[in-house]
Design a protein around this ligand. Structure first.
Ligand SMILES: Nc1ncnc2c1ncn2[C@@H]1O[C@H](COP(=O)(O)OP(=O)(O)OP(=O)(O)O)[C@@H](O)[C@H]1O
Length: 238
């Protein structure tokens, strides 16, 4: 039997007295692409921070391929792109990639790096520029390259399309589809429901601290009797 990539059981998160997640259950199957969607402040990033053990849940249990998430070894299967990716401003692009790869015991292969940059539409000249000279979209592409260069069974991507121009956006969709086709699991957050429709096997709608809907985009539209996923999302969170 294949273990799920992620299993969240009855996860609770509070900031002080304010509850954010209230007994959240969610399972991400190995090999699928699942989007977590929800309004600003719904708790998507908080759930990801909990998964990565940056914050402790106030209740519940999280497993990564069957292992408790707070065992560091469980997270070696996982690549992560944070919502706000801010690399050290004084490093050159190549230095940053070399550093991130070395932390994972991986070598820097120039041809792989150039291929990844081309796949993300980041000019190779960026490798020799310091990060302080980057635009917002270039910074996001560097973060994506650092994350996707390491072969992982599971990628956790918090708003991966953020700041990308339309061409880079389309290229990243292709890149993510290729990763999924190679068997990696993708767990991402997105506010772009057109991306979710095109890219994801399933979506989970987080609202008022719990998962209100989980299923395919087609099931979501059917359940709420709407023509578009956006209308279905709005009906779900009413
Ligand atoms: N460190 C913190 N201290 C107190 N409250 C916090 C903290 N981090 C997040 N929150 C609150 O928790 C709630 C969920 O925030 P979170 O960032 O998880 O939402 P999100 O779904 O990722 O939102 P967005 O779509 O805007 O990125 C919000 O009300 C936010 O104000």
């Amino acid at each position: 039997m294949t273990l799920p990539a992620l299993r969240f059981q009855q996860v609770e998160i509070r900031y002080g007295a304010t509850p954010v997640l209230q007994g959240l259950d969610l399972q991400v199957e190995a090999g699928e692409c699942l989007a977590l969607v929800g309004l600003n402040g719904a708790g998507k990033t908080s759930l990801i921070k909990c998964l990565l053990d940056f914050i402790r849940p106030d209740g519940g249990r999280i497993e990564i391929f069957g292992q408790p998430h707070d065992q560091p070894a469980s997270r070696s299967a996982l690549g992560f792109l944070p919502e706000s990716f801010i690399p050290p401003y004084y490093l050159k692009g190549a230095e940053f990639l070399r550093y991130v790869l070395s932390l994972q015991g991986l070598d820097y292969h120039a041809e792989q790096v150039h291929a990844m940059l081309a796949a993300l539409d980041l000019a190779p000249a960026a490798l020799e520029q310091t990060v302080r000279q980057y635009s917002k979209g270039m910074t996001q592409k560097l973060g994506l390259a650092a994350c996707l260069l390491a072969p992982k069974a599971l990628y956790v991507l918090d708003e991966p399309m953020s700041g990308l121009d339309p061409r880079a956006h389309a290229l990243l969709r292709q890149q993510l589809a290729a990763l999924r086709a190679r068997g990696s699991t993708l767990f991402l957050t997105s506010h772009n429901l057109a991306d979710v429709e095109m890219l994801c096997d399933r979506l989970a709608i987080l609202h008022a601290g719990q998962i209100r809907f989980i299923g395919t985009p087609a099931q979501c539209r059917a359940q709420y009797g709407t023509a578009t996923l956006e209308q279905a999302f709005l009906a779900c969170i009413e």
